[in-house]
Design a protein around this ligand. Structure first.
Ligand code: SOE
Length: 385
């Protein structure tokens, strides 16, 4: 079987999710090109070595430039915090490497546009990992919309809620600092919701947004502190939180529909609740990532005496991707979206086709998010251009 070599840069949460995806994709999908786990890269040599040994990466590097310049590497997997995406993606594309990039794409729409241009100019495949698109129930929602079952759509209601920073003593991790994260949940979480909205509803025309901070200072992070995890020991020195804690955004879609987005890390009890509801003239759908195998569907076509939201389990082989996994009813989970993305990426390389979402979608997502921050700053509705 033909193979292509992957170099992964970053080895934390996404490094693990991606490694698992590269390993599982050829086991569950019939791929003409198999990804080889060639080299893993991170600044901490012993930590990246331990990661590489565990997941089966053949080599280890501590300088990402050595990976993007390595002639044996075909694909660069950017599993890094977003402030590092731009430099790595530009260098990877200039070296002719195909790019599998984590979200949010970059720190600004301008950076994203440059990443898109350099990738296109160098003819490399580019993919932006908004992983929730590859959930069978989300694809069922898309199918129902495309078949006209929802009719004319009036409303989008999205909410992405977490609670890992409710404790004021939770440390000031990189996700809470502007230099490394650009913005707070509006960038990290609303990027997912906006991606889903653009996918399911079409383009967004205007944005009005409000952001707020509940906790303005936090202890500086100690070893191991990152999203969802406070690290090894408490720190007494404090630092300023420089991103928002919550964002509420209202939008007008090009289609005439209207929508709302809520992104927060202060929804006590909500660990990773990524929900959307879509209401149309003929029916409605609702999704909750924490019950990701299910889609709620209401149709006016049901007889009056039997109307109501039904729960469709998207685990029959007739649903997207499911035939590659288990018998009906044997559910799949969070990691499967990554496996689906890796499989589609290798198939796109094989067929020399585009894959979605890609850097072009990333530019659109950041244009909406950037307009949101502008609106929050000036207190005005902003046109997305
Ligand atoms: C942290 O908030 C995070 O890991 C996000 O960065 C991911 O994109 C999301 O899928 C889960 O939460």
């Amino acid at each position: 079987m033909k193979t292509m070599n992957v170099g992964i840069i970053g080895y934390q949460f996404m490094g693990k999710a991606h490694s698992n995806g590269w390993i599982k994709a050829p086991l569950f999908f019939d791929l003409n090109i198999k990804p080889e786990l060639k080299v893993a890269c991170g600044r901490n040599k012993s930590a990246v070595k331990a990661f590489a040994d565990k997941w089966g990466w053949q080599e280890v590097k501590t300088d990402w430039k050595k990976v993007v310049e390595n002639p044996d590497v075909d694909i660069i997997d950017i599993s890094l915090p977003q402030h590092l995406h731009y430099d790595v993606a530009i260098a990877a594309a200039k070296n002719g490497k195909h790019i599998f990039c984590e979200k949010p794409m970059a720190h600004s729409r301008k950076q994203a546009e440059e990443m898109l241009k350099v990738a296109e100019d160098n003819g490399v495949l580019h993919y932006l990992n908004h992983n929730y698109r590859r959930t069978p129930a989300v694809l069922l929602a898309k199918q129902l919309i495309d078949e006209g079952k929802i009719g004319r759509i009036f409303h989008w209601r999205g909410a992405y809620q977490q609670d890992w920073i409710v404790d004021p003593n939770f440390p000031l991790t990189w996700q809470l600092q502007k230099e490394t994260a650009h913005a707070g949940p509006h960038w990290d979480l609303n990027s997912h919701s906006v991606d889903l909205a653009l996918f399911l509803m079409g383009d967004i025309k205007t944005v009005s947004c409000l952001t707020t901070n509940f906790i303005k200072e936090r202890p500086l992070p100690s070893e191991g502190a990152t999203a969802f995890s406070s690290g090894t020991e408490a720190n007494t020195e404090m630092g300023q939180v420089t991103v928002e804690d919550a964002a509420l955004m209202m939008v007008e879609f090009e289609s005439g529909a209207v929508g709302s987005f809520e992104a927060t890390r202060f929804a006590t009890g909500r660990k990773n609740s990524n929900t959307f509801e879509i209401y149309g003239s003929k029916g409605s759908v609702a999704f909750n990532m924490e019950r990701m195998n299910e889609l709620q569907y209401f149709t006016n076509d049901d007889p009056d005496n039997a109307q109501g939201f039904r729960t469709i389990m998207a685990t029959e082989s007739s649903h997207a991707y499911v035939s590659h996994w288990w018998p009906p009813g044997h559910i799949i989970g969070y990691e499967h979206g990554f496996v689906h993305a890796m499989a589609d990426f290798m198939m796109a390389l094989d067929k020399k086709e585009k894959i979605f979402p890609n850097f072009n979608d990333g530019v659109k997502i950041l244009a909406v998010l950037e307009s949101g921050l502008e609106s929050a700053k000036f207190g005005e509705k902003v046109k997305v251009v």
